[in-house]
Design a binder for this molecule. Structure first.
Ligand code: ADP
Length: 614
């Protein structure tokens, strides 16, 4: 080592050269101790040879760079002639680190040198500037990476020079697949889009452009801000898809709301009822077409107005009170009201809601008027019926009294006529006797009529009570009553298994008696009467029929025969007063039934009557 040093020292020329060299030169032995430091090296480092013992290369190197330096030196140590370059921080004598760019060369193969030669220059300034730039760049990069917006820079060929992670995520491509490639080559389907035009504009006109666009293939809504930068552009892309979707949803929702409002309006307009709605302050918020019509108030006069300002005359009305009650109790109300001003009746339903009242109503004036009319009519009818009943009762009373009171004088007439006939018959000529006979006959007929009238007026006077009545027995009685007549005519009367019914026995017997008597009477001379009595029943009625094989009745008289004193025959042919069927009808109707007949002249008649079951 000593020898080598001497050799170099001896070469004054080279020494001078080295000592004046701009770069520092140190020589290291195999232990990497500094065995020589050129004056320039001492100038750069501030250290001189005197301190060399304590200052090995390793010690002087910044702890963070040491490992890298050792690696490099070990490599150099192993290969004679090998040169390696590195940049390390080295401790300056003043106590701070300086950046040295070093070239280490293994010159152990050169016996004159036999060391690692380190040639270095101070690059602190450059390095610090570099670090500063790097710091700044990484700050910017950090910023660009940390923003959620996408950022890309494109050069003069619109090729990507930088993309941040947000862009990578947005387009689903790694930056290495984007950098260096033209934007339209990557996204050919965007050519011609709004974004395409915006980018081209910013790029060619060198102006700031912004736009919003939907990129179909990625289903991406983007908000672009494009700045010209250098010869290229910087592109900020914000993913506004979710915001757009929300907007879209809001739009759809508002569309749906409008639609449903429209539908609601349609419903409210199309319902036949009038409808209006008021808020909690009685301000009218809705008034449908029907309400316009029914209350003769156009929408323009009422919407947004206070209901009671427009309908002042209804304050205190039935409607007014009911609406207030509905709101106070929070319960729907249904009522009818007459509105004086329009002279109309309304049927109203009002439903309270937290926010006011919904009112449905319709004009029921017509119905109401007919109801009132009907009521009046009913009252009239009741009055008339009452009057009729009174006059009927009076008439019956009159008929009863008249027929009763007439009997006495009639008896006198008949009695005295009989006396004249008896005492003076020899003094009378045949004409006189005939007149008396006519008078007696007339009096007899009158008596019959009076008795019938009496009977007719008695019908309905409840003198007996309902009792189980065996109709077979009833007919047996009647047959024995007409025993002689039946025998004379050889009449056949058929009935079997007739029911026992709950009714007034006496009137029912009267009915059968009248019908059987007519069936026996209204027969062709010489004809053998055959009379059949039958019955049917429903849950409500018994229907009896009395059928004969008599002379029959023309249909045109089916009603007439039931009228009092109406007869179809001369009394000389068939005796009678014309009262029988009138009495019969009155009794049947009193028992809650009806009487009718089927008949044809010459073919006999069937009289039917029904009796309400009790
Ligand atoms: P009257 O027998 O006293 O005349 P009715 O009131 O019993 O009165 O009968 C009214 C009329 O109806 C009779 O005059 C007769 O013409 C007709 N009529 C009643 N019953 C029969 C019958 N079974 N067949 C034919 N005609 C009848």
């Amino acid at each position: 080592m000593e020898t080598k040093q001497k050799n170099i020292d001896s070469d004054a020329r080279f020494r001078k050269l080295i000592e004046n060299s701009f770069s520092g030169i140190t020589l290291l032995n195999r232990d990497l101790d500094i065995i020589y430091r050129s004056p320039s090296a001492e100038r750069i480092n501030g250290w001189n040879m005197a301190e060399r013992v304590k200052n090995t290369t390793k010690d002087l190197t910044h702890p963070d760079d040491r490992e890298q330096l050792i690696l490099l030196l070990n490599e150099v140590l192993d290969s004679p002639g090998l040169s390696k370059t590195g940049c390390f921080r080295s401790l300056h004598f003043s106590g701070h680190y300086i950046w040295l760019e070093c070239v280490y060369t293994n010159m152990f193969n050169e016996p004159e040198i036999n060391a690692i030669v380190c040639n270095f220059i101070d690059v602190t300034e450059r390095k610090l500037a570099e670090i500063e730039v790097q710091k700044k760049t990484s700050q910017v990069q950090y910023l660009l990476e940390s923003i959620t917006d996408g950022f890309a820079s494109l050069d003069e060929n619109l090729c990507y020079t930088y993309v941040n992670t947000a862009i990578e995520n947005m387009v689903g491509m790694k930056s290495e697949n984007l950098i260096g490639r033209n934007i339209w080559e990557i996204f050919p389907d965007a050519v011609g889009s709004a974004t395409y035009h915006a980018i081209q504009k910013a790029f060619t006109e060198k102006i700031y452009v912004s736009n919003e666009d939907h990129y179909e293939p990625l289903n991406l809504w983007q908000e672009n801000r494009i700045y010209p930068s250098g010869n290229g552009i910087s592109l900020f892309i914000r993913n506004i898809t979710s915001q757009k979707n929300q907007e879209l949803q809001r739009e759809l929702l508002s569309l749906a709301v409008t639609q449903s409002l429209k539908e609601k309006n349609n419903i409210l307009e199309s319902i036949g009822d009038a409808f209006f709605a008021v808020d909690e302050n009685w301000i009218v918020t809705y008034w449908n077409n029907m309400a316009e019509k029914v209350l003769q108030t156009p929408k323009s006069n009422i919407i947004n107005k206070m209901l009671w300002d427009v309908f002042k005359d209804a304050i205190g009305s039935v409607s007014y009170n009911n609406y207030h009650e509905a709101i106070a109790t929070n319960q729907a109300v249904h009522f009818e009201d007459h509105y004086e001003r329009l002279n109309k009746w309304y049927e109203v339903s009002a439903y309270p809601s937290g926010k006011g009242l919904s009112v449905y109503f319709k004009d029921i004036t017509e119905r109401k008027v007919s109801e009132i009319l009907l009521k009046e009519l009913n009252n009239d009818l009741k009055k008339q019926t009452k009057e009729l009943a009174t006059s009927n009762a009076e008439l019956e009373q009159f008929a009863y009294v008249a027929s009763h009171d007439l009997q006495e004088p009639l008896r006198m007439i008949t009695g005295f006529l009989s006396q004249i006939e008896r005492r003076y018959s020899d003094k009378l000529d045949s004409k006189g006797r005939q007149y008396i006979h006519f008078a007696v006959d007339g009096a007899k007929r009158m008596r019959e009529i009076i008795l019938d009238l009496l009977e007719f007026s008695r019908v309905g006077r409840v003198e007996d009570s309902i009792e189980p009545t065996d109709t077979n027995k009833l007919l047996n009685d009647i047959i024995s009553l007409y025993h002689k007549k039946i025998a004379d005519k050889k009449a056949v009367i058929q009935y079997d298994n007739l029911p026992t019914i709950n009714t007034y026995k006496v009137p029912l017997r009267q009915v059968f008696q009248n019908l059987v008597s007519n069936a026996l009477k209204y027969q062709q001379a010489g004809n053998v009467p055959v009379i059949k009595i039958n019955y049917t029943q429903t849950s409500k009625y018994y229907t009896f029929s009395v059928q004969d094989n008599g002379i029959g009745i023309d249909a045109e008289y089916f009603d007439t025969i039931f009228i009092i004193f109406q007869r179809l025959h001369n009394k000389e042919i068939y005796s009678g007063t014309g009262m029988g069927l009138a009495v019969t009808k009155k009794i049947v109707e009193n028992l809650g039934g009806k009487i009718w007949l089927e008949s044809e002249p010459g073919k006999g008649s069937t009289f039917y009557f029904n009796i309400l079951k009790k």
